[in-house]
Unconditional design. Structure first.
Length: 211
């Protein structure tokens, strides 16, 4: 009986994770729109929306990471666990970072805080972009090498997404000029195109193979 219940539970979670991945794709796109476009005309609204989508994206992403680990753990347990731990750390860093920003926007602190002071939990996006990007790279490599029921297109999209996330972190760390093309190029490609595509393909893959 237990052997029959396990696949049912896995398929139910795959459907749930697939739906979360589709929502994460929408959230990643909305975060970029709020951070880049809305913030220019209305800084407070843009900052609040960006923080909200960043917080939600970390929670949704954690669900997707569990599903990815479940699909790939039998193919290569060590690398799958490493990628999951990296990704979960990045997702929680994103959630805490977004929650911190959202709290400050909704209830500005009495004491002014320097605008360029890095977040203590996620300085310059080391978790949101750097660690998360490394996790995506490892998962993408596992998909290309082992399959896990996913298409190679998802693996190649993941490689591109992981590289763009890491480049975004390095650019934010070294250059720190938001208007610089070296910062905008990888961040824009990751946020507006490759990131949403990665989550959308991942969500469709999970939904397609869930009985």
């Amino acid at each position: 009986m237990g052997a029959e219940e396990e696949p049912v539970g896995e398929s139910r979670f795959d459907r749930f994770a697939g739906a979360c991945a589709v929502l994460a794709a929408a959230g990643a796109l909305l975060y970029s729109i709020a951070f880049v476009i809305v913030a220019r005309s209305s800084p407070d609204v843009g900052a609040a929306l960006a923080a909200l989508f960043l917080t939600a994206g970390g929670i949704l992403g954690s669900v997707v990471l569990v599903a990815l680990y479940g699909r790939l753990r039998e193919a290569d347990p060590g690398f799958a666990l490493w990628a999951f731990l990296l990704g979960f750390t990045g997702a929680m860093g994103s959630t805490i970072h977004g929650g911190f920003q959202l709290a400050n926007v909704l209830h500005p602190p009495a004491a002014a805080v320097a605008a360029d002071l890095p977040s203590e939990i996620d300085p310059r996006g080391i978790l949101t972009f750097g660690v998360a990007g490394l996790a995506v790279l490892v998962f993408a490599w596992l998909i290309l090498a082992r399959g896990g029921g996913f298409t190679p297109r998802l693996g190649y999209t993941g490689l591109a997404f992981g590289v763009l996330l890491i480049l975004t972190f390095v650019a934010r760390l070294v250059i720190f000029e938001p208007a610089s093309l070296l910062v905008l190029a990888p961040a824009g490609l990751a946020g507006f195109i490759v990131g949403p595509l990665w989550y959308l393909l991942l969500g469709l893959g999970l939904l397609r193979h869930a009985p």
